[in-house]
Write a protein that binds this ligand. Structure first.
Ligand SMILES: [Zn+2]
Length: 238
C-alpha cells in the first residue's frame, strides 16, 4: 500500500513539474519551438518602438492626441473583436499614420489550442485590419505573450515572427500606478532597438497613458528616435 502511495506521489509531482515547465516555456519572452521571436532589434542605432496592446478601448483618442503632439508613430496591437466593436476608433489609428499589428481575434491564450483555432484567430483579424484601411505590413503579437506549439508552427509556416518586447514597465507592481516611475524605469533601462510595451487602452490604465509623453520626452533627450515595429525589423546587425 505504501508503495502505491509513493508511486502516486511521484506521478503527481511529475505532472505538476511538466505542467509548470510547459507553462514557463509558453511565456518565455525569447524562446519558441518554431520560427522567430523578436524581443528587440539587434542594432546600435538609437531607435526604439513604442507598442500599445489591446483595444481599441476608451483611451484611444487620448493616446492618439499624445502621439500627435509629440510627432511620434507607434504600433498598436489591436484585438479583432475590439476592432469590430470600435471600427471608428480603429480607423482613426490608421488615419493618424500609426502601424497596426494583429493581437488575435478573441485575446485568448494561444496554448493548447488547435492549429485551426490559431489560423482563424489570426486570419480573421488580418481581414479586419485591412477593412479599417491599414495597408502596411501586419506583424503579430501573441496574447499574453503565450506561444507553445500550434501558434509558433502557424507563424513559422507564414514567415511571420512572434513580436514580443523587452520592456513592459506598466506590469511591474512597484511602479505600475506611477507615470513618473514608469517613465524613469524606461529611461534607465532603454537600449538601442528596444520594444516598449504599454497597456494604455484600458480605462483604469491612466498611469500608463500619462507615462507616454514623459517616456517620449526623456528618450528624445537621450537622442532616441521612435520607429514602428516593422521599421525596427529592418534594422540590421551592427
Ligand atoms: Zn494583450
Amino acid at each position: 500500500m505504501r508503495k502505491v502511495v509513493k508511486i502516486v506521489i511521484i506521478i503527481l509531482t511529475l505532472i505538476v513539474l511538466v505542467g509548470y515547465s510547459i507553462n514557463a516555456l509558453s511565456k518565455h519572452r525569447s524562446f519558441a519551438l518554431f520560427g522567430d521571436v523578436v524581443t528587440h532589434a539587434p542594432t546600435e542605432e538609437k531607435v526604439v518602438a513604442l507598442t500599445f496592446d489591446d483595444g481599441p478601448g476608451p483611451n484611444a483618442d487620448e493616446i492618439l492626441s499624445i502621439l500627435d503632439e509629440q510627432d511620434v508613430k507607434g504600433t498598436f496591437y489591436l484585438v479583432g473583436e475590439e476592432i469590430e466593436k470600435n471600427k471608428e476608433a480603429s480607423r482613426k489609428i490608421v488615419e493618424a499614420g500609426h502601424e497596426v499589428g494583429n493581437h488575435s481575434y478573441t485575446h485568448r491564450r494561444m496554448i493548447l489550442k488547435s492549429y485551426s483555432f490559431v489560423e482563424e484567430e489570426i486570419e480573421k483579424t488580418d481581414e479586419l485590419i485591412r477593412e479599417i484601411g491599414y495597408e502596411g505590413e501586419i506583424t503579430f503579437r501573441p496574447p499574453y505573450g503565450r506561444k507553445l506549439v500550434s501558434l509558433p508552427l502557424y507563424l513559422s509556416n507564414h514567415d511571420r515572427p512572434a513580436i514580443m518586447w523587452n520592456l513592459e514597465p506598466d506590469f511591474m507592481p512597484d511602479i505600475s500606478d506611477d507615470p513618473e516611475g514608469i517613465a524613469n524605469y524606461v529611461a534607465e533601462n532603454i537600449e538601442p532597438g528596444s520594444i516598449i510595451l504599454l497597456h494604455v487602452m484600458y480605462e483604469h490604465r491612466i498611469p500608463s497613458l500619462e507615462s507616454v509623453s514623459k517616456i517620449i520626452s526623456s528618450l528624445k533627450d537621450q537622442g532616441y528616435e521612435f520607429v514602428t515595429v516593422s521599421d525596427l525589423l529592418e534594422q540590421k546587425q551592427p
